[in-house]
Every structure is written in structure tokens, then in C-alpha cells.
Design a protein around this ligand. Structure first.
Ligand code: GTP
Ligand code: MG
Length: 408
């Protein structure tokens, strides 16, 4: 066996597979054969679960598992988190085997909506983490970038003036194909425009149907400004949804809804963290490991934040929403100082919360080019958390590294 052949299956794929469940050494297989491996060859599955997958869902091979529809998770009787972990491993392997590794970063996130709905301001505010109104209309489509967990997300800001709609609708391949997420922005303060907005959304959905694609949809009810009366705004939202909902139902879309304003930056960042987490299968895995880590220590809450303060994973108990939000603000402040202001980069930072009797520990972690902050909240000072923190880092490292090796 030449050393070249031995190298045919790279380490990042081998690290997901248990050799002992194969009939011969892994390097004797051809690339295209590995999708046909039994599912129990994936690390963590083992004989028991492999038998269950076969019995309940007719899943025998890695290819079967890669194509598993997670909607049937409940029927299989295996926890959804475990299934998500395994299907991610399976799809990494399967994509490699079938040579169709599509860089995830080449999928797009489209932000659409009528002119002056506030799309560009929203994007700029997320990028700068400061209220940043944009006052000139976007000409055509503008591509903006945001970093989430090291994943470069390309945001296509589709200028909303009527003259540009035709551009996207006439050439959907260029402007709309491979959209994994459609963020449709509506101006909460202009409910009288929602009929027109519904018509535009309808035209976009026709094009997705033509492309045989079905992106996830988020409706962003924007300009939900903190200083305005909530009841009035919510009444407008009812009017808007009455116009928009039938369009989504017509094309059988589920959707999620966010109420945002560029005048509440923290809330905007928090809400969009969830949107991006939805795009990254890595988030589920990180949440899972974080929950385990936090329960072991009896933390009150913990957050895993990216360098730009997006929430990559979160775990909370015993906290009211208000307390959680206050803590999140203090953590953001702590990290901003750490990243942008402090000369000396601390590996560990302990701050006393203004709420009193609460300790916030911030651990800075680096995985190649990706920086993450592990923020743990506790009511007592915990001195010896190093070994568990090391374990946690050890647990998430291969996922982060593997994940980025397929998307870049
Ligand atoms: N009150 C309020 N105004 C906002 C908010 N976000 C944006 N605006 C204002 O809305 C106007 C339009 O903002 P843009 O970001 O340019 O809107 P757009 O959707 O990108 O518009 P097009 O590029 O033409 O499609 C500007 O005057 C912004 O200052 C918000 O959250 N609250
Ligand atoms: Mg714009």
C-alpha cells in the first residue's frame, strides 16, 4: 500500500469513524465506498443504537443517516440532539465520499423587503454593534459579510426600491439560487405598505418554487423602537401579519418572527444570534456540550459567545428573562473591553455582576482562527474549574475543526 493511498481518506474524516467496526483497515477502501459503511462505524453510535436506527428508521449505512429527515426523530426514540450530532458526522463523511462538498459559505442569506424598510441599517448595526442608520437607498444588490463562529455569512442586501425588484425576479438564478435563509424585513411603523410587501414576497416565493428551493424564512418586524408604545406597534403587526401570512401559507412555508430595532442593539444581536445559529449545525453540538459542562459545575447560566458577541450557545436555569438580559449586557461589555480595549489579553477574567452576589467568569478560548468566550455565571466563586474547562474545550475542538474543514 503506497503512502499516497493511505492518505486518500483524510484525518478529519477518519476521526469520525471507528475502524474496529469495519471489515478491513480504512485505508484499503476507496473514497466512494465509505458512504456505504454501516452506521455503527460512526464514533458514538455503537451496536445498540445502530440496531435501533435500522429497526425504527431503516437506516443501515452512513449515506442513509446523512439523508435522515430529523422530523422523524421522535418516532425513532433516540434524543434529537444525539441524532443531530450523528447526522452531522454522517453528512460530513457522505459529502466527502460523494465529492460534492459544497462550501457552506457559498450558500446565501438574502435580506429582502420594500425600500426604506431598514434592511441596510439593520445589517450595518449588526456589523458595527452600534446603532447605525443608513440614509441612502441601496442600488441593486449589495453583498455584506458577517462572521459567526468563524463562518463567513454572505448577506445579500436586496435593495427594495420597485425598479430593482424586476432585476431579481427576472434573473432568479443569479440573485436567489442557493438561498438557505430568506430574511424578509417589514416596517412596523408603516403597516399600510404591507399589502405591497405581501405582493413582493409572493413574487419572490414564486421564483423559489421555480428554482425548486425552499429557504427558511424569518419575518423581521423592524422599527419596533423601544421608545414607542408597544400596544400600538403590536396592533400594526397584527395588520401586517394578516397580509403576509396567507402568502406564506399558500406556498406552505413555516416562518419565525423577530421584532427588531436599530435602537436596541443588544436585542438585535441576541435575536440574530439565533438566526445564524439556525444556519450552523455546529450550534446544536456546542449547546449540548455547554449544557453538560454547566450542569457538572452547577452554574446558574452560561453563554458561549463569538468574538463579535453573537451567542453561539446558551444554557440557563433559575434566571428570569430580565436577569438573563442584564447579565448578557454585562458580559458583552466585558468582552468588548477584553477584545477591543485591553492591551493585555486575559485568558480568564472574573467580574462581579452589578446584580450583586453573582460571579461572571469569562474564559477566552482559541481554535485556530476562531475565538470563543465561555462565560459562566455562578453564585459562588469557583476556584478549580480548569480540568472541566479543559475537558469541555477538548470535546468541542474536533467539531469546530472538522466543521471548518468542510466549509472552507
Ligand atoms: N425608527 C427607526 N428607523 C429606522 C430603523 N432602521 C432603519 N431606520 C431608518 O429607515 C430608513 C431606511 O433605512 P435603510 O436601511 O436605508 O432601508 P433599506 O431597507 O435598506 O432601503 P432600500 O435600500 O431602499 O431597500 C432610514 O432613514 C433609517 O434611518 C429602526 O429600527 N427604527
Ligand atoms: Mg438598503
Amino acid at each position: 500500500m503506497s503512502s499516497n493511498a493511505k492518505k486518500a481518506i483524510p484525518d478529519r474524516i477518519r476521526s469520525l469513524i471507528m475502524d474496529s467496526h469495519l471489515e478491513k483497515p480504512i485505508y484499503e477502501y476507496k473514497r466512494e465506498e465509505i458512504s456505504g459503511f454501516t452506521s455503527k462505524a460512526i464514533i458514538g453510535i455503537g451496536k445498540y443504537y445502530a440496531a435501533k436506527l435500522k429497526r425504527k428508521a431503516k437506516i443501515e449505512t452512513i449515506a442513509d443517516l446523512a439523508n435522515l429527515d430529523l422530523k422523524i426523530a421522535d418516532e425513532i426514540g433516540i434524543s434529537r440532539k444525539l441524532l443531530e450530532k450523528w447526522t452531522l458526522s454522517a453528512s460530513i463523511i457522505h459529502r466527502f465520499a460523494s465529492s460534492t462538498e459544497v462550501p457552506l459559505s457559498s450558500h446565501r442569506v438574502c435580506i429582502a423587503g420594500l425600500g426604506a424598510a431598514g434592511k441596510s441599517s439593520l445589517i450595518k448595526t449588526l456589523q458595527t454593534q452600534k446603532t447605525t442608520p443608513v440614509t441612502f437607498p441601496t442600488l441593486g444588490a449589495s453583498i455584506e459579510h458577517l462572521d459567526f463562529l468563524g463562518l463567513k455569512i454572505a448577506l445579500w442586501d436586496l435593495g427594495g426600491q420597485p425598479s430593482f425588484h424586476k432585476l431579481y425576479l427576472d434573473d432568479p438564478k443569479q440573485f436567489l439560487s442557493r438561498t438557505m435563509l430568506l430574511i424578509f424585513v417589514l416596517d412596523t411603523q408603516r403597516e399600510e405598505r404591507s399589502g405591497e410587501a405581501a405582493q413582493y414576497l409572493n413574487n419572490l416565493l414564486i421564483k423559489f418554487k421555480y428554482l425548486k428551493e425552499k429557504p427558511k424564512i424569518y419575518l423581521v418586524l423592524h422599527k419596533y423602537d423601544p421608545i414607542l408604545d408597544k400596544t400600538d406597534l403590536d396592533n400594526s403587526i397584527d395588520v401586517i401579519l394578516n397580509n403576509i401570512r396567507p402568502v406564506l401559507t399558500k406556498y406552505r412555508y413555516n416562518f419565525r418572527m423577530l421584532k427588531t430595532s436599530i435602537f436596541d442593539v443588544e436585542e438585535l444581536v441576541k435575536l440574530f444570534s439565533r438566526v445564524f445559529a439556525d444556519v450552523s449545525p455546529l450550534s446544536e453540538i456546542l449547546s449540548d456540550s455547554l449544557a453538560f459542562y454547566s450542569e457538572t459545575h452547577g452554574f446558574t447560566a452560561s453563554f458561549l459567545l463569538t468574538e463579535n458577541c453573537f451567542i453561539a450557545a446558551e444554557w440557563t436555569t433559575q434566571l428570569t428573562t430580565e436577569q438573563r438580559d442584564k447579565l448578557f449586557l454585562e458580559i458583552m461589555e466585558g468582552i468588548r473591553q477584553e477584545v477591543y480595549e485591553s492591551e493585555k489579553k486575559h485568558d480568564k477574567l472574573v467580574i462581579m455582576s452589578q446584580m450583586g452576589g453573582i460571579f461572571i467568569t469569562i474564559d477566552r478560548m482559541e481554535f485556530d482562527s476562531i475565538k470563543l468566550f465561555l462565560c459562566s455565571i455562578s453564585t459562588e466563586f469557583k476556584s478549580n474549574t480548569e480540568p472541566e474547562t479543559e475537558k469541555f474545550i477538548g470535546e468541542i475542538r474536533p467539531w469546530i475543526i472538522n466543521f471548518f474543514s468542510i466549509i472552507t
